[in-house]
Design a binder for this molecule. Structure first.
Ligand code: SAH
Length: 219
């Protein structure tokens, strides 16, 4: 939010208030979300609603997540400025832009090339040089850059995909929605320990499904 008119200032305050009231309390996360303008990631007439706490449609029949869910997922990921992070489901690029404020390096992948191209444009405009966006099927992770300190998945699978578990460092954390696409999904946090994986259930959510293969535009 670059414009400082009273109306924008007011909407910005409401945006941050909504985040706090839904449990986003981590100061670094709030600061990142104050800094990165969600309006740049939403196109057309929905852009006017960018500062409301709701998911909105983006290209390719996908959605940009609800800001409070972005905040809660980012907070649960406990990202440090030494971390290399993988996001599966780049979409508009908004979540990756938030992660880029907190991490050393962010890789974000999407099965739709168009979304990757458009998100890359916004990253360039904002000079977010520590994000690399790639068109690929993220259910296989990103083997070339693995292992990762943190993994965030923003599309729902029935179970945590095996390749993503395998690409998580020991001590690493992955946050993802699991469950069938049209049924209730849960946001879970997986921590990799020396001996295996620990699972915490966080909250009910609703994400678009993790779909195998590339989108039709991405051949
Ligand atoms: N994080 C995004 C919202 C993501 S919506 C944002 O901040 O805007 C979920 C995204 O996951 C969609 O863009 C969809 O194309 C993508 N997706 C679904 N299955 C995928 C897969 N197997 N590999 C990579 N991306 C996938």
């Amino acid at each position: 939010m670059t414009d400082d008119s009273p109306d924008i200032a007011e909407r910005k305050m409401q945006f941050l208030f909504a985040l706090r009231s839904r449990g986003v309390t981590d100061r670094r996360v709030l600061h990142a979300m104050e800094k990165v303008d969600r309006g740049l990631f939403v196109r057309g007439h929905f852009a006017a609603r960018a500062y409301e706490d709701m998911p909105l449609p983006i290209a390719c029949g996908q959605t940009i997540s609800q800001p409070s869910v972005v905040g809660l997922m980012t907070q649960a990921l406990k990202v440090s400025n030494r971390d290399k992070v993988l996001e599966v489901g780049c979409g508009s690029g908004y979540q990756a832009a938030i992660l880029s404020q907190l991490a050393r390096r962010v890789y974000t992948v999407d099965r739709h090339k168009r979304l990757v191209v458009e998100a890359t444009d916004v990253f360039r405009k904002l000079d977010l040089t520590n994000i690399t966006a790639v068109t690929s099927d993220g259910s296989f992770g990103l083997p070339d850059q693995a292992p990762f300190d943190r993994i965030l998945v923003t599309a729902a699978a029935e179970d945590p995909p095996g390749p993503l578990l395998a690409q998580l460092k020991i001590g690493g954390i992955m946050v993802l929605p699991v469950g069938q696409s049209d049924a209730v999904q849960s946001l879970i946090r997986v921590t990799r320990t020396e001996d295996g994986f620990e699972y915490d259930e966080m909250l009910p959510v609703r994400f678009v499904p993790l779909v195998e293969g590339l989108g039709r535009d991405s051949g």
